[in-house]
Design a binder for this molecule. Structure first.
Ligand SMILES: [Zn+2]
Ligand SMILES: [Zn+2]
Length: 337
């Protein structure tokens, strides 16, 4: 079978490996769709594990199951989480599933024709796709789950004004979810195409973020934002987030600058204004369930975010599109087309 092996964003090789056969408690899944995540192209984040087969936004179909697997059958359409937390450690019990220290096995990367699903993920990381969720839509489950978690932690509620800085795929999912919750949504980006997307998808206003835009935010919104989601990694974006938050507000760092960057926080000002800075990294099982419910019920639609579908052999182009981030939102790899 073919897999795509990532060495860095400019060196991605299609390699041929033997198609694995499932052991008694494993199963083999045919990858129908796998999304390229914004985090896949962040080299400082991924390089420590390179070379590797990436791809954690999956929609697939079970091909064969081990003799002990009773829950799933060939032909079942599934989403599989990239890893599962133990549910028992203190981090899990406190809702910090992404911090679980007991995670030992991960799903092999989905930029491949097939994936061998390890026992723990067959047991607790596999979700049957309801009829209403296509394999392409399944690639949104994990990113939407991350967005669901961030908005839950930020206690986003109806009537609040929510500013989203950075309108790539994750930022636009934030736009959609905040809209669905009845918030007033303001989207900001330096890219015109993405601002048009944000407006079309329901943002109440879309602001060009090229320069200091906090004044324009106040002019359009009447006040600064109650909640700011930072979905861009540029240093300048962080400073804009600081400037755009209202008193008593919440700033959520959904994306962050690279590890060698230092961020200056105006902490005295934030103390007096009672501003909270929150981080949100990844998601947990309750968020995956919630994301699937949102997709199945149609409360969140995602087909309008897909800009490119590419064959596995064209994956290098996909990585280029996502890392440039100019004309693409969601790029889906289709290993069997
Ligand atoms: Zn992701
Ligand atoms: Zn745990």
């Amino acid at each position: 079978m073919k897999v795509s092996c990532w060495y860095n964003n400019k060196d991605i090789r299609i390699e041929e490996i033997a198609t694995p056969a499932p052991g008694p408690k494993e199963m083999l899944v045919k990858v129908m769709s796998c999304g390229i995540c914004g985090s896949d192209v962040v080299e400082w984040y991924r390089l420590p594990r390179a070379p590797l087969v990436q791809g954690h936004e999956i929609g697939g179909q079970v091909v064969s199951v081990g003799t002990d697997v009773k829950k799933y059958h060939p032909g079942d359409r599934v989403f599989i989480a990239p890893k599962v937390p133990c549910g028992k450690c203190s981090y899990c019990l406190n809702g910090h599933h992404p911090q679980c220290t007991e995670i030992k096995e991960r799903l092999p990367g989905g930029f491949a024709e097939y994936i061998l699903v390890p026992e723990i993920l067959v047991e607790r990381g596999t979700y049957l796709l309801p009829e209403k969720i296509t394999c392409d839509q399944s690639t949104f489950i994990e990113p939407l789950a991350c967005v669901v978690r961030a908005q839950r932690l930020a206690r986003v509620k109806k009537g609040q004004s929510v500013l989203i800085i950075g309108c790539g795929m994750a930022g636009l999912l934030h736009v959609k979810l905040a809209r669905a919750k009845g918030c007033k949504v303001i989207a900001a980006d330096i890219n015109k195409t993405k601002l048009e997307f944000a407006s079309r998808l329901g943002a109440d206003s879309a602001i060009d973020a090229t320069n200091n835009f906090s004044e324009r935010l106040v002019a359009e919104n009447g006040q600064k934002a109650d909640v700011v989601f930072l979905c861009a990694a540029a240093d300048s974006a962080v400073e804009q987030a600081w400037k755009c938050i209202d008193k008593g507000g919440m700033i959520v760092l959904f994306a962050v600058p690279a590890p060698d960057k230092k961020v200056v926080v105006p902490i005295n000002d934030f103390w007096m204004k009672e501003i909270t800075i929150l981080t949100s990294y990844y998601c947990g099982p309750p968020d995956i369930t919630e994301a699937m419910n949102l997709l199945e019920s149609g409360r969140i639609t995602v087909d309008d975010l897909v800009t490119h579908r590419l064959r596995l052999t064209d994956i290098a182009k996909g990585f280029q599109l996502v890392s440039e981030g100019r004309e693409s939102i969601k790029v889906i790899i289709k290993p069997h087309e």
